[in-house]
Design a protein around this ligand. Structure first.
Ligand SMILES: Cc1cc2nc3c(=O)[nH]c(=O)nc-3n(C[C@H](O)[C@H](O)[C@H](O)COP(=O)(O)O)c2cc1C
Length: 434
C-alpha cells in the first residue's frame, strides 16, 4: 500500500484570505453561529479529513475595523457542539500554555475525548500577543524563552494528568461497596516553577490512550518542544526547500531528544485555489486579491520587509528587494517574502494576496491534477505526512477541495476511501500509548 496522506482542516471564520468576508456571498453573518461550524465539520467528514482544527486567540478579535473576528467561539465549546453532529472526524483544539491552567485544560480535553470515544487532539502554542496577556493578569506576553520553559512544564503536567488513572480502575462493586480501586490511583504531586498540581485527574485515561498532542511554533525551542512531546506538528513552509529544511531541523531535534527513534508527523499548512481549469482557479484568487483592503495589506508588507511601499504600483511586478544578508529585521518572514517573489514573480497585488491567505504557507493554484502532483511530491520527499488545509474562503474552498482534490488523491491511492478506525490516533496511524 502506498504511503497515506493525512488531512486536517483549520476552520477559521469566513476563510483564511483576509478579503473572504467581504465577498457578496460570504459567511460573515454566520461566524457566531455554531450551526455554521457544525456544517463545515460535516463537510470535512464527508471529505474523510483526519480532523477539524481550531486555532485560537484570546483577545477581542478585531484589532482593526476591517479584521474578521475569527475566534468568536471558544474552540473546546465549539468542538463539543461539532462532536454531536459528526461521528468520525478528529477534533483538535489549540491550547495556550502561556494562559491555560493545565488541570482545567486536561480535564476539558479528556472529557471531550470520553464524550467522543477518542477523537480529540490538542495543539500546544505559547501565544503571540500582549492583548491576550492583558486578559490574563499579565502586563504583556512573557519573553519567548520563558514562554517555552513554561510550555515544557505544561506539557509534562498534561501528560501526568492524562495518565493519572485507568478506566479499568473504575469497578463498581455493589456487594463490596466500592467504586474505584483507589489503592492503584496515586496523586503525582507536581511542584514546578509555574504549576502546582497534586492530581490525579477527575477523569480516567482517554479511550485512545491520550488525546493526540500537536504543536505549532517553529523557533529552536518550539522545535525542541515538539521533539519532546508532540506526535504531530503544524508547520509553515512556503516551498519544498523550506519544508526540507524544517523536516531536517525537526529530525535533528528528535535525535537529540530522549526518544530518538520515534516518528512525528509533519502537517504543513496548505492554501488551495482549485477548479477544473487553471484559468478558473486563478480567477478565484484574483477575485479575492482585488477585494483585499490594500492599505492594511500594504502596511503589513511594509512591516515584513521594513521599507516604504507607498509608491509601488499594485499591478506591476514587485520591485527588487535587498538580499537576505542585508536585511536587519525579523528574518523568517523576510526570507519567505523573497521565496514567494522568486517562485511566482508576482505583481504587488498578487504578493499581497499570497501573504493575506495563510501568510507564507504552501499555496497551490490550478487543476486537481496539478495540485495533487505537488502534494504527492511533498509526501514522497518525506517532508510532509499530510497537510492542514487553510481554505481561503469558507465554505466554498472546502467544497472545491472535497469535490475535486479528494477524489484525485483517492484515485492515486494516497488517501483513504472510508474511515477505517474510530479514534484520531487511528486516523493518523500513530502508535498506541502504552
Ligand atoms: C503554524 C502555526 C500556527 C500557530 N497557531 C497559533 C494559534 O492558533 N494561536 C496562538 O496563540 N499561537 C499560534 N502559533 C504561535 C506559536 O505557538 C508561538 O506562540 C509563536 O509562533 C512563537 O513561537 P515560535 O517562535 O516558536 O514560532 C502558531 C504558530 C505556527 C507556526
Amino acid at each position: 500500500m502506498k504511503k497515506q496522506l493525512h488531512l486536517g482542516i483549520l476552520l477559521y471564520g469566513c476563510g483564511h484570505h483576509q478579503a473572504a468576508w467581504m465577498m457578496p456571498d460570504s459567511s460573515i453573518e454566520q461566524i457566531g453561529d455554531v450551526a455554521y461550524y457544525q456544517s463545515l465539520a460535516q463537510l470535512s467528514e464527508k471529505g474523510l479529513f483526519d480532523a477539524v482544527f481550531f486555532a485560537d486567540n484570546q483577545s477581542f478579535p478585531a484589532q482593526r475595523d476591517s479584521e474578521m473576528p475569527a475566534f468568536w467561539l471558544d474552540p473546546i465549546v465549539n468542538l463539543t457542539a461539532i462532536s454531536q453532529v459528526t461521528e468520525r472526524v478528529g477534533l483538535v483544539s489549540t491550547i495556550s500554555s502561556t494562559f491555560s491552567n493545565p488541570f482545567t485544560a486536561a480535564r476539558q480535553l479528556l472529557s471531550l475525548d470520553h464524550v467522543t470515544n477518542g477523537r480529540v487532539g490538542w495543539n500546544l502554542v505559547t501565544s503571540m500577543t500582549d492583548w491576550e496577556a492583558n486578559n490574563h493578569g499579565m502586563d504583556g506576553l512573557p519573553p519567548h524563552a520563558e514562554r517555552y520553559k513554561k510550555a515544557d512544564e505544561f506539557a509534562h503536567v498534561m501528560n501526568a494528568l492524562f495518565d493519572s488513572w485507568e478506566t479499568d480502575d473504575f469497578v463498581p462493586n455493589r456487594k463490596d461497596g466500592t467504586i474505584i480501586r483507589s489503592e492503584r490511583i496515586e496523586p503525582f504531586h507536581h511542584e514546578g516553577e509555574h504549576f502546582r498540581v497534586k492530581g490525579p485527574s477527575t477523569t480516567p485515561r482517554s479511550p485512545q490512550g491520550r488525546p493526540v498532542a500537536m504543536q505549532a511554533g517553529a523557533s529552536a525551542p518550539g522545535v525542541a518542544l515538539a521533539a519532546k512531546y508532540a506526535e504531530a506538528v503544524y508547520s509553515v513552509s512556503w516551498n519544498l526547500k523550506q519544508a526540507k529544511a524544517f523536516r531536517a531541523r525537526l529530525d535533528e531535534a528528535i535525535r537529540a531528544s530522549d526518544r530518538p527513534n520515534r516518528t512525528l508527523k509533519v502537517l504543513p499548512g496548505l492554501v488551495t485555489y482549485v477548479a477544473k481549469t487553471r484559468e478558473e482557479a486563478w480567477a478565484k484568487k484574483r477575485e479575492l486579491d482585488e477585494t483585499l483592503p490594500v492599505a492594511d495589506a500594504l502596511a503589513q508588507l511594509e512591516f515584513f520587509i521594513q521599507q516604504d511601499c507607498s509608491n509601488w504600483a499594485l499591478d506591476e511586478k514587485v520591485p527588487e528587494l535587498p538580499p537576505v544578508e542585508e536585511f536587519t529585521g525579523p528574518i523568517g518572514r523576510y526570507e519567505t517574502v523573497l521565496e514567494i517573489i522568486k517562485d511566482t514573480d508576482p505583481t504587488v497585488r498578487e504578493l499581497l494576496g499570497y501573504l493575506s491567505a495563510g501568510g507564507g504557507h504552501l499555496t497551490l493554484i490550478g487543476t486537481p491534477e496539478e495540485i495533487v502532483d505537488e502534494m504527492e511530491r511533498w509526501l514522497k520527499e518525506g517532508v510532509a505526512d499530510g497537510f492542514n488545509l487553510m481554505p481561503p474562503v469558507l465554505p466554498n474552498s472546502l467544497e472545491d477541495f472535497v469535490e475535486l482534490i479528494v477524489p484525485e488523491l483517492q484515485r492515486r491511492g494516497i488517501f483513504r476511501t472510508a474511515y477505517e478506525g474510530h479514534t484520531f490516533r487511528e486516523h493518523l496511524g500513530l502508535d498506541p500509548i502504552s
